[in-house]
Design a binder for this molecule. Structure first.
Ligand SMILES: Nc1nc2c(ncn2[C@@H]2O[C@H](COP(=O)(O)OP(=O)(O)OP(=O)(O)O)[C@@H](O)[C@H]2O)c(=O)[nH]1
Ligand SMILES: [Mg+2]
Ligand SMILES: [Zn+2]
Length: 359
Protein backbone atom coordinates (compact mmCIF):
# COMPACT_ATOMS: atom_id res chain seq x y z
CA UNK A 1 0.00 0.00 0.00
CA UNK A 2 1.35 3.40 -0.93
CA UNK A 3 1.17 6.75 0.80
CA UNK A 4 -2.38 7.95 1.38
CA UNK A 5 -2.15 10.75 -1.14
CA UNK A 6 -5.53 9.94 -2.68
CA UNK A 7 -8.73 11.58 -1.66
CA UNK A 8 -8.80 12.46 1.99
CA UNK A 9 -11.85 11.96 4.13
CA UNK A 10 -14.78 13.77 2.67
CA UNK A 11 -13.02 14.01 -0.67
CA UNK A 12 -10.82 16.95 0.30
CA UNK A 13 -7.26 16.07 -0.70
CA UNK A 14 -4.75 15.73 2.10
CA UNK A 15 -2.24 16.78 -0.54
CA UNK A 16 1.22 17.32 0.83
CA UNK A 17 -0.05 16.41 4.29
CA UNK A 18 -0.58 12.80 3.20
CA UNK A 19 2.98 11.84 4.10
CA UNK A 20 2.73 13.70 7.40
CA UNK A 21 -0.41 11.83 8.34
CA UNK A 22 1.33 8.60 7.37
CA UNK A 23 3.69 9.23 10.30
CA UNK A 24 0.57 9.22 12.48
CA UNK A 25 -0.35 5.78 11.18
CA UNK A 26 -2.94 6.84 8.63
CA UNK A 27 -3.61 4.19 5.98
CA UNK A 28 -5.80 4.08 2.87
CA UNK A 29 -8.29 2.11 4.96
CA UNK A 30 -8.92 5.18 7.12
CA UNK A 31 -11.46 6.72 4.83
CA UNK A 32 -14.18 7.95 7.13
CA UNK A 33 -15.67 11.23 6.04
CA UNK A 34 -14.59 14.55 7.47
CA UNK A 35 -16.85 17.57 7.08
CA UNK A 36 -15.48 20.58 5.29
CA UNK A 37 -13.73 23.12 7.45
CA UNK A 38 -12.55 20.55 9.99
CA UNK A 39 -8.96 19.54 10.62
CA UNK A 40 -8.04 15.89 10.79
CA UNK A 41 -6.33 14.66 13.94
CA UNK A 42 -5.54 11.49 15.85
CA UNK A 43 -6.37 11.05 19.52
CA UNK A 44 -3.36 10.11 21.63
CA UNK A 45 -5.07 10.03 25.02
CA UNK A 46 -8.46 10.81 26.50
CA UNK A 47 -8.88 12.24 29.98
CA UNK A 48 -12.56 12.54 30.84
CA UNK A 49 -13.95 15.51 28.97
CA UNK A 50 -10.80 16.32 27.02
CA UNK A 51 -8.42 14.51 24.72
CA UNK A 52 -4.95 15.21 23.39
CA UNK A 53 -4.99 15.24 19.60
CA UNK A 54 -2.04 15.24 17.20
CA UNK A 55 -2.73 16.98 13.90
CA UNK A 56 -1.12 19.00 11.14
CA UNK A 57 -1.94 22.56 10.31
CA UNK A 58 -2.24 23.42 6.59
CA UNK A 59 1.33 24.70 6.56
CA UNK A 60 2.48 21.21 7.58
CA UNK A 61 3.33 22.03 11.19
CA UNK A 62 2.64 19.27 13.63
CA UNK A 63 0.62 20.20 16.68
CA UNK A 64 -0.63 18.49 19.79
CA UNK A 65 -3.68 20.16 21.23
CA UNK A 66 -5.73 19.40 24.28
CA UNK A 67 -9.24 19.41 22.89
CA UNK A 68 -12.67 19.43 24.45
CA UNK A 69 -15.03 16.62 23.48
CA UNK A 70 -18.21 18.00 21.94
CA UNK A 71 -21.09 16.82 24.11
CA UNK A 72 -22.94 15.26 21.19
CA UNK A 73 -20.09 12.94 20.21
CA UNK A 74 -21.16 9.40 19.44
CA UNK A 75 -19.16 7.27 19.75
CA UNK A 76 -16.92 8.82 22.36
CA UNK A 77 -13.37 8.98 21.03
CA UNK A 78 -10.63 6.70 22.32
CA UNK A 79 -6.88 6.56 21.79
CA UNK A 80 -6.21 5.86 18.13
CA UNK A 81 -9.36 7.47 16.81
CA UNK A 82 -9.26 9.79 13.81
CA UNK A 83 -11.29 12.86 14.63
CA UNK A 84 -12.49 16.10 13.12
CA UNK A 85 -11.39 19.24 14.97
CA UNK A 86 -12.78 22.73 15.10
CA UNK A 87 -11.55 25.41 17.50
CA UNK A 88 -9.82 22.98 19.85
CA UNK A 89 -12.93 20.83 20.04
CA UNK A 90 -13.38 17.28 18.78
CA UNK A 91 -16.60 17.53 16.82
CA UNK A 92 -16.61 14.19 15.00
CA UNK A 93 -15.16 10.69 15.24
CA UNK A 94 -14.40 9.04 11.91
CA UNK A 95 -15.51 5.49 11.15
CA UNK A 96 -13.14 2.97 12.75
CA UNK A 97 -11.45 0.41 10.55
CA UNK A 98 -10.75 -1.82 13.56
CA UNK A 99 -11.24 -1.60 17.30
CA UNK A 100 -10.20 -3.62 20.32
CA UNK A 101 -13.24 -4.15 22.52
CA UNK A 102 -14.09 -5.70 25.84
CA UNK A 103 -17.23 -5.90 27.95
CA UNK A 104 -17.79 -2.55 29.63
CA UNK A 105 -16.73 -2.94 33.27
CA UNK A 106 -19.32 -0.29 34.23
CA UNK A 107 -22.34 -1.67 32.40
CA UNK A 108 -23.72 -4.18 29.95
CA UNK A 109 -22.31 -2.61 26.82
CA UNK A 110 -18.95 -2.78 25.19
CA UNK A 111 -15.93 -0.62 25.83
CA UNK A 112 -13.54 0.25 23.03
CA UNK A 113 -9.95 0.15 24.26
CA UNK A 114 -8.15 1.36 21.13
CA UNK A 115 -9.13 2.15 17.56
CA UNK A 116 -7.79 1.93 14.02
CA UNK A 117 -5.23 -0.80 14.59
CA UNK A 118 -3.22 -2.90 12.20
CA UNK A 119 -1.73 -5.20 14.80
CA UNK A 120 -2.68 -6.40 18.23
CA UNK A 121 0.47 -7.49 20.04
CA UNK A 122 -0.36 -10.34 22.39
CA UNK A 123 2.18 -9.62 25.11
CA UNK A 124 2.73 -12.80 27.08
CA UNK A 125 5.51 -13.35 29.64
CA UNK A 126 7.27 -16.70 29.65
CA UNK A 127 9.50 -16.42 32.72
CA UNK A 128 7.01 -18.50 34.72
CA UNK A 129 5.93 -20.74 31.91
CA UNK A 130 3.18 -20.01 29.41
CA UNK A 131 -0.40 -19.18 30.35
CA UNK A 132 -2.01 -21.05 27.46
CA UNK A 133 -5.52 -20.21 28.48
CA UNK A 134 -4.79 -16.52 28.40
CA UNK A 135 -2.92 -16.64 25.10
CA UNK A 136 -5.84 -18.34 23.34
CA UNK A 137 -8.35 -15.83 24.64
CA UNK A 138 -6.13 -12.87 23.77
CA UNK A 139 -5.92 -14.25 20.24
CA UNK A 140 -9.70 -14.48 19.96
CA UNK A 141 -10.15 -10.92 21.17
CA UNK A 142 -7.43 -9.69 18.81
CA UNK A 143 -8.97 -11.38 15.76
CA UNK A 144 -12.31 -9.89 16.75
CA UNK A 145 -10.84 -6.41 16.61
CA UNK A 146 -10.43 -6.64 12.85
CA UNK A 147 -6.66 -6.19 13.20
CA UNK A 148 -4.04 -8.94 12.98
CA UNK A 149 -2.72 -10.57 16.15
CA UNK A 150 1.02 -10.94 16.65
CA UNK A 151 2.44 -12.83 19.63
CA UNK A 152 5.23 -11.11 21.55
CA UNK A 153 6.69 -13.39 24.22
CA UNK A 154 8.42 -11.35 26.92
CA UNK A 155 10.95 -11.95 29.71
CA UNK A 156 12.88 -14.52 27.68
CA UNK A 157 15.88 -13.80 29.92
CA UNK A 158 14.07 -15.57 32.76
CA UNK A 159 12.64 -18.44 30.74
CA UNK A 160 13.66 -22.03 30.31
CA UNK A 161 12.83 -24.18 27.29
CA UNK A 162 12.06 -21.27 25.00
CA UNK A 163 11.94 -23.60 21.98
CA UNK A 164 9.31 -25.73 23.64
CA UNK A 165 7.22 -22.70 24.55
CA UNK A 166 7.44 -21.38 20.98
CA UNK A 167 6.27 -24.73 19.66
CA UNK A 168 3.33 -24.69 22.05
CA UNK A 169 2.42 -21.15 21.01
CA UNK A 170 2.47 -22.13 17.34
CA UNK A 171 0.12 -25.00 18.04
CA UNK A 172 -2.25 -22.88 20.13
CA UNK A 173 -2.50 -19.94 17.73
CA UNK A 174 -1.48 -21.48 14.43
CA UNK A 175 -1.94 -18.54 12.06
CA UNK A 176 -0.25 -15.94 14.21
CA UNK A 177 3.31 -14.68 13.86
CA UNK A 178 5.53 -14.85 16.89
CA UNK A 179 8.57 -13.10 18.27
CA UNK A 180 10.46 -13.55 21.52
CA UNK A 181 11.85 -10.63 23.49
CA UNK A 182 13.66 -9.56 26.59
CA UNK A 183 13.57 -5.95 27.65
CA UNK A 184 16.57 -6.76 29.85
CA UNK A 185 18.91 -8.33 27.28
CA UNK A 186 17.44 -6.55 24.25
CA UNK A 187 16.59 -9.80 22.56
CA UNK A 188 13.94 -9.39 19.84
CA UNK A 189 13.67 -5.62 20.23
CA UNK A 190 15.11 -4.89 16.76
CA UNK A 191 12.76 -7.46 15.30
CA UNK A 192 9.84 -5.79 17.03
CA UNK A 193 11.00 -2.40 15.76
CA UNK A 194 10.98 -3.74 12.20
CA UNK A 195 7.42 -5.00 12.65
CA UNK A 196 6.33 -1.56 13.90
CA UNK A 197 7.40 0.41 10.85
CA UNK A 198 5.93 3.60 9.49
CA UNK A 199 2.24 3.36 8.73
CA UNK A 200 1.63 0.59 11.27
CA UNK A 201 -0.51 1.09 14.36
CA UNK A 202 -0.24 -1.56 17.06
CA UNK A 203 -1.73 -1.95 20.50
CA UNK A 204 -0.30 -4.11 23.29
CA UNK A 205 -2.75 -6.52 24.88
CA UNK A 206 -1.56 -8.38 27.94
CA UNK A 207 -1.96 -8.97 31.65
CA UNK A 208 -0.67 -6.42 34.10
CA UNK A 209 3.03 -6.98 34.59
CA UNK A 210 3.45 -8.77 31.26
CA UNK A 211 6.09 -6.25 30.26
CA UNK A 212 4.17 -4.01 27.84
CA UNK A 213 5.51 -0.67 28.99
CA UNK A 214 8.97 -2.21 29.29
CA UNK A 215 8.79 -3.07 25.58
CA UNK A 216 7.90 0.53 24.78
CA UNK A 217 10.81 1.72 26.89
CA UNK A 218 13.19 -0.77 25.26
CA UNK A 219 12.09 0.39 21.80
CA UNK A 220 12.33 4.07 22.57
CA UNK A 221 14.88 4.34 25.35
CA UNK A 222 12.09 6.02 27.28
CA UNK A 223 11.26 5.79 30.95
CA UNK A 224 7.53 5.35 31.22
CA UNK A 225 6.51 3.90 34.57
CA UNK A 226 6.80 0.16 35.04
CA UNK A 227 6.35 -1.70 38.26
CA UNK A 228 7.50 -4.90 39.84
CA UNK A 229 4.82 -7.54 40.03
CA UNK A 230 5.15 -9.91 42.94
CA UNK A 231 3.96 -13.46 42.88
CA UNK A 232 1.02 -12.41 45.01
CA UNK A 233 0.06 -10.02 42.25
CA UNK A 234 0.30 -6.73 44.06
CA UNK A 235 1.81 -3.90 42.13
CA UNK A 236 -0.65 -4.38 39.32
CA UNK A 237 -1.48 -1.71 36.81
CA UNK A 238 1.62 0.38 36.54
CA UNK A 239 -0.05 1.82 33.44
CA UNK A 240 -3.41 3.42 34.16
CA UNK A 241 -4.23 5.24 30.92
CA UNK A 242 -4.52 4.22 27.30
CA UNK A 243 -2.04 6.22 25.31
CA UNK A 244 -0.72 6.40 21.77
CA UNK A 245 3.03 6.77 21.24
CA UNK A 246 4.75 7.55 17.97
CA UNK A 247 7.90 5.49 17.66
CA UNK A 248 11.10 7.00 16.36
CA UNK A 249 11.30 3.92 14.13
CA UNK A 250 8.14 5.06 12.34
CA UNK A 251 5.17 3.17 13.76
CA UNK A 252 2.53 4.01 16.28
CA UNK A 253 2.18 1.99 19.49
CA UNK A 254 -0.63 2.11 22.02
CA UNK A 255 0.14 1.16 25.61
CA UNK A 256 -2.88 0.24 27.70
CA UNK A 257 -3.35 -1.04 31.24
CA UNK A 258 -3.11 -4.75 31.80
CA UNK A 259 -6.25 -6.74 31.20
CA UNK A 260 -7.57 -9.66 33.22
CA UNK A 261 -8.76 -12.92 31.79
CA UNK A 262 -12.18 -12.09 33.21
CA UNK A 263 -12.36 -8.91 31.16
CA UNK A 264 -11.77 -10.53 27.81
CA UNK A 265 -14.50 -10.52 25.24
CA UNK A 266 -15.05 -13.47 22.98
CA UNK A 267 -16.62 -13.21 19.55
CA UNK A 268 -17.61 -15.83 17.02
CA UNK A 269 -15.28 -14.53 14.31
CA UNK A 270 -12.29 -14.56 16.62
CA UNK A 271 -13.01 -18.12 17.75
CA UNK A 272 -13.23 -19.20 14.11
CA UNK A 273 -9.91 -17.59 13.24
CA UNK A 274 -8.08 -18.76 16.34
CA UNK A 275 -9.33 -22.31 15.77
CA UNK A 276 -9.07 -22.32 11.99
CA UNK A 277 -7.86 -25.95 12.11
CA UNK A 278 -11.07 -27.05 13.87
CA UNK A 279 -13.24 -24.89 11.62
CA UNK A 280 -11.79 -26.60 8.58
CA UNK A 281 -12.57 -30.07 9.91
CA UNK A 282 -16.00 -28.89 11.09
CA UNK A 283 -16.99 -28.30 7.46
CA UNK A 284 -17.39 -32.06 7.33
CA UNK A 285 -19.61 -32.37 10.43
CA UNK A 286 -23.10 -33.57 9.53
CA UNK A 287 -24.78 -30.57 11.16
CA UNK A 288 -23.79 -27.02 10.41
CA UNK A 289 -24.20 -25.96 14.03
CA UNK A 290 -22.52 -29.08 15.38
CA UNK A 291 -21.33 -28.53 18.95
CA UNK A 292 -18.63 -31.22 18.61
CA UNK A 293 -19.95 -32.73 21.83
CA UNK A 294 -21.27 -36.13 20.94
CA UNK A 295 -23.36 -34.89 18.00
CA UNK A 296 -24.12 -37.42 15.26
CA UNK A 297 -21.63 -37.36 12.41
CA UNK A 298 -19.17 -35.05 14.15
CA UNK A 299 -16.02 -34.89 12.02
CA UNK A 300 -14.07 -33.03 14.69
CA UNK A 301 -14.54 -35.76 17.29
CA UNK A 302 -13.70 -38.31 14.62
CA UNK A 303 -10.47 -36.43 13.90
CA UNK A 304 -9.56 -36.55 17.59
CA UNK A 305 -10.32 -40.29 17.70
CA UNK A 306 -8.13 -40.82 14.64
CA UNK A 307 -5.27 -38.88 16.20
CA UNK A 308 -5.44 -36.15 13.56
CA UNK A 309 -6.39 -33.42 16.04
CA UNK A 310 -5.05 -33.16 19.61
CA UNK A 311 -7.80 -33.72 22.17
CA UNK A 312 -6.53 -30.68 24.09
CA UNK A 313 -7.28 -28.54 21.07
CA UNK A 314 -10.92 -29.61 21.06
CA UNK A 315 -11.08 -29.11 24.84
CA UNK A 316 -9.87 -25.53 24.37
CA UNK A 317 -12.41 -24.91 21.63
CA UNK A 318 -15.22 -26.27 23.78
CA UNK A 319 -14.21 -24.13 26.75
CA UNK A 320 -13.91 -20.94 24.71
CA UNK A 321 -17.09 -21.67 22.81
CA UNK A 322 -18.84 -22.17 26.14
CA UNK A 323 -17.60 -18.75 27.27
CA UNK A 324 -18.79 -17.22 24.01
CA UNK A 325 -22.26 -18.62 24.55
CA UNK A 326 -22.17 -17.47 28.16
CA UNK A 327 -21.30 -13.91 27.15
CA UNK A 328 -24.03 -13.98 24.51
CA UNK A 329 -26.59 -15.10 27.05
CA UNK A 330 -25.56 -12.45 29.53
CA UNK A 331 -26.07 -9.82 26.84
CA UNK A 332 -29.26 -11.31 25.42
CA UNK A 333 -31.09 -13.67 27.80
CA UNK A 334 -33.56 -14.66 25.04
CA UNK A 335 -30.87 -16.70 23.26
CA UNK A 336 -31.08 -19.00 26.24
CA UNK A 337 -34.57 -20.06 25.33
CA UNK A 338 -33.86 -20.36 21.64
CA UNK A 339 -31.02 -22.82 21.78
CA UNK A 340 -31.50 -25.03 24.83
CA UNK A 341 -29.90 -28.10 23.31
CA UNK A 342 -26.65 -26.29 22.62
CA UNK A 343 -26.29 -24.97 26.13
CA UNK A 344 -22.66 -25.59 26.97
CA UNK A 345 -21.78 -27.50 30.07
CA UNK A 346 -18.49 -25.69 30.52
CA UNK A 347 -18.31 -22.97 33.18
CA UNK A 348 -18.45 -19.55 31.63
CA UNK A 349 -16.65 -17.02 33.79
CA UNK A 350 -14.69 -18.94 36.34
CA UNK A 351 -11.36 -18.03 34.82
CA UNK A 352 -9.14 -15.73 36.79
CA UNK A 353 -6.19 -13.76 35.56
CA UNK A 354 -4.20 -15.47 38.24
CA UNK A 355 -4.74 -18.91 36.80
CA UNK A 356 -1.40 -20.54 37.22
CA UNK A 357 0.24 -21.23 33.89
CA UNK A 358 0.72 -24.87 33.07
CA UNK A 359 4.30 -25.88 33.73
N1 LIG B 1 13.39 -10.13 33.66
C1 LIG B 1 12.62 -9.34 32.94
N2 LIG B 1 11.74 -8.53 33.54
C2 LIG B 1 10.97 -7.74 32.78
C3 LIG B 1 11.02 -7.76 31.37
N3 LIG B 1 10.09 -6.89 30.89
C4 LIG B 1 9.49 -6.35 31.97
N4 LIG B 1 10.00 -6.86 33.10
C5 LIG B 1 9.61 -6.50 34.48
O1 LIG B 1 8.23 -6.83 34.68
C6 LIG B 1 7.62 -5.87 35.52
C7 LIG B 1 6.36 -5.34 34.84
O2 LIG B 1 6.71 -4.69 33.65
P1 LIG B 1 5.78 -3.57 32.98
O3 LIG B 1 6.45 -3.18 31.73
O4 LIG B 1 5.44 -2.51 33.96
O5 LIG B 1 4.47 -4.42 32.68
P2 LIG B 1 3.10 -3.90 32.00
O6 LIG B 1 2.65 -4.99 31.12
O7 LIG B 1 3.32 -2.57 31.38
O8 LIG B 1 2.13 -3.78 33.26
P3 LIG B 1 0.81 -2.84 33.42
O9 LIG B 1 1.22 -1.45 33.03
O10 LIG B 1 0.46 -2.95 34.87
O11 LIG B 1 -0.22 -3.43 32.53
C8 LIG B 1 8.66 -4.79 35.78
O12 LIG B 1 9.26 -5.05 37.03
C9 LIG B 1 9.67 -5.00 34.69
O13 LIG B 1 10.96 -4.59 35.04
C10 LIG B 1 11.96 -8.63 30.76
O14 LIG B 1 12.10 -8.73 29.53
N5 LIG B 1 12.73 -9.41 31.59
MG1 LIG C 1 2.37 -0.79 31.61
ZN1 LIG D 1 -18.79 -31.58 14.96
Amino acid sequence: MGEPTGPAPGGAPLGSLGAAYRTLGRTPLDAGSLDEGLSLGRVSIVHGATGDVIWFSPDGLERTTMCRLASSLDPRPVAGDWVGLRDETIVSVLARRSALRRPDPHGHGVQVLAANLDLVLLVVPIDRGLNERMLERFAVMAWDSGARPYVVLTKADGATDIDGIQRTVRSLVPDVELLTTSSVSGRGIEHLRSVLHRGVTAVMLGASGAGKTSLLNALEGSAEVTRKVSRAGEGRHATTTRKLYRLTGGGVLLDIPGIRLLDLMIGQAGVGQTFSDIEMIADRCRFRNCSHRGDDGCAVEAAVAAGALPAARLDSWRAIHGELEGQRRSRDPSTNAQRPRRTPTAPTTTASYDDPPRP
